[in-house]
Design a protein around this ligand. Structure first.
Ligand SMILES: [Zn+2]
Ligand SMILES: [Zn+2]
Length: 292
């Protein structure tokens, strides 16, 4: 199996010293779960080059109450060199560790051409794409009380519709290879009354862009208590013949490869027996399970 969504940093850190032994430990932990191919996919918002590319995007929507939080977030996190990160991931790979050079690319509305131009300067194997905020509202930051308070004042169905539109735009921007945690809008436990029409739209967008979609165990460890994507969403993705990656979204060794077997079972139950593997951003299909 594969784990194509891994972070070297915890969310509490703004920088980390790169260590090959950390990546080796990730690979060991993954192997215990039957996972033999990994992708390092640090958040793009960690890097000064991204910050220089998108600017103070949080000021573009008037004065949203969450805009100062977003400004603080970028001040704290966007402190690292993209050049150094990519060089480290390449080093880990050249040392023989079974890792791909990847990135988790956030969605920046109307700025994805600039983001693509930045990313094209580096030799990535795989880019996974994520919607983590709507304008300046970080709806998935479950540890931030101000962001979570928004859930109690906003219309949940509208938030889901806004999320779906953002994911459709991300898919249509043709910047990434994989849609990560495709229904992460549910993370805090707020779910639209009828998500099915939105699942249809997001599945259509993924199919039109020929993207793979991530099956992630991370949701099992969040308030929603459910994998990404929900089974009804997954059914629709399978029906369109889409390809899949599996992932943990681990931010530390202990979660690497988590519940990989349960993800495999969800896919096998739907007749999916291969996963999408990427090298130099080209997809090949590999068996879902490793035969020892
Ligand atoms: Zn994410
Ligand atoms: Zn992530």
């Amino acid at each position: 199996m594969i784990d194509y969504h891994l972070h070297l940093w915890s969310h509490d850190d703004s920088s980390v010293g790169y260590r090959l032994d950390q990546v080796a430990q990730y690979c060991e932990e993954a192997a215990r779960h039957g996972v033999n191919e990994l992708a390092l996919t640090e958040h793009l918002y960690r890097f000064v080059e991204l910050r220089a590319t998108v600017g103070d995007f949080w000021n573009r929507w008037g004065h949203e109450p969450t805009a100062p939080l977003m400004a603080d977030y970028f001040d704290f996190h966007a402190r690292n060199s993209l050049e150094e990160y990519v060089a480290f991931a390449q080093l880990a790979k050249s040392e023989g560790l079974p890792v791909k050079v990847g990135m988790e690319v956030d969605f920046y509305r109307d700025q994805m051409d600039d983001v693509a131009a930045l990313l094209s300067q580096y030799p990535f194997d795989v880019l996974i794409g994520s919607v983590h905020w709507l304008n300046t509202w970080q709806f998935d930051d479950i540890d931030n009380a101000a962001h979570m308070a928004e859930w109690r004042t906003r219309d949940v169905d509208q938030s889901w519709a806004d999320y779906s539109l953002a994911l459709e735009e991300l898919a249509g921007a043709h910047v990434v290879d994989v849609l990560a945690h495709p229904d992460v809008i549910k993370v805090a436990g707020y779910v639209a009354h009828d998500p099915a029409p939105l699942w249809e739209r997001m599945a259509d967008a993924a199919a039109q862009a020929d993207l793979s979609v991530e099956c992630s165990s991370a949701g099992w460890f969040k308030p929603v208590g459910e994998q990404y994507p929900a089974t009804g969403f997954l059914d629709r993705l399978v029906a369109r013949g889409l390809t899949f990656t599996t992932a943990s979204d681990a931010h530390g060794r202990e979660r690497v490869g988590a519940r990989a077997d349960d993800l495999a079972t969800l896919l096998e139950e739907r007749g999916v027996h291969e996963l999408a593997s990427y090298e130099g951003r080209r997809r090949t299909m590999v068996p879902l399970r490793v035969t020892p």
